[in-house]
Design a binder for this molecule. Structure first.
Ligand code: GRF
Length: 218
């Protein structure tokens, strides 16, 4: 499945997806890495990896609609069938989200629906939760909302600060996002009644999506 990745910065999740997609038989092909900032560090990795890249800054456009139309044009030019948001720091309109319904996924650094929005690790620490983690989900018009594809939990340890917790969560993000992409691009994930059904998952009675010691094969 022809897949575009949208980034705004470091791009470490994009990198994890690009590396995963190199495996023989992986069901997604990365056809575009698009950033809304020319200085997004991840662009350099993408260029060096020989991937098609595009930069679409919001400030080059009069309004959100023309900004999104420019993104849409780049996606179409690349033949995109699936879009992965990976640290893309712009809210996309309801109409854009609807255009890509069930073909647009995002990673968020919390166990949704807890801690939508920004500064998730600070807020998790302030709330005193014992488990933190990350979620890959289909995108809906509400921010950080939509059917959950996979979640990975990590412990909150004594002495954690936002930085150490973020590092632990990020390592989990890099495990679960490639798995989610494999499921979605491999057409093993389906949205039914705003919940995700995974083909074959019903045979496994273990709660393998939660804090997996190792992830199941796609
Ligand atoms: C990640 O924590 C992701 O969950 C969030 O933004 C961060 C992006 O990091 N949406 P990176 O650019 O993938 O390194």
């Amino acid at each position: 499945m022809k897949t575009a990745i949208l980034i705004s910065g470091r791009g470490s999740n994009m990198r994890a997806l690009v590396e995963a997609a190199k495996a023989p038989g992986f069901p997604a092909e990365i056809v575009l890495v698009l950033a809304n900032r020319a200085d997004a560090a991840g662009l350099e990795f993408a260029r060096e990896a020989g991937l098609a890249t595009a930069v679409v800054p919001r400030r080059d456009h009069e309004d959100d609609a023309s900004f999104e139309a420019a993104i849409q044009a780049e996606l179409e030019k690349a033949g995109t069938e699936l879009v992965c948001l990976a640290g893309f720091m712009r809210i996309l309109s309801a109409s854009f989200v609807e255009t890509w319904r069930d073909r647009l996924i995002n990673i968020h650094p919390s166990l949704l629906p807890a801690f939508r929005g920004l500064r998730t690790h600070e807020r998790a620490l302030a709330a005193g939760v014992r488990l933190a983690g990350a979620t890959v989900h289909y995108v809906r018009a509400e921010m950080d909302d939509g059917p959950v594809i996979i979640q990975g939990a990590v412990p909150v340890l004594a002495g954690d600060d936002a930085k150490t917790l973020a590092q632990r969560v990020l390592a989990m993000e890099h495990r679960i996002y490639p798995q989610a992409l494999a499921w979605v691009a491999g057409r093993k994930a389906r949205v039914v009644g705003e919940k995700v059904i995974l083909e074959g998952a019903g045979e496994d009675k273990n709660a393998f999506l939660i804090n997996p010691p190792s992830l199941p094969k796609s």
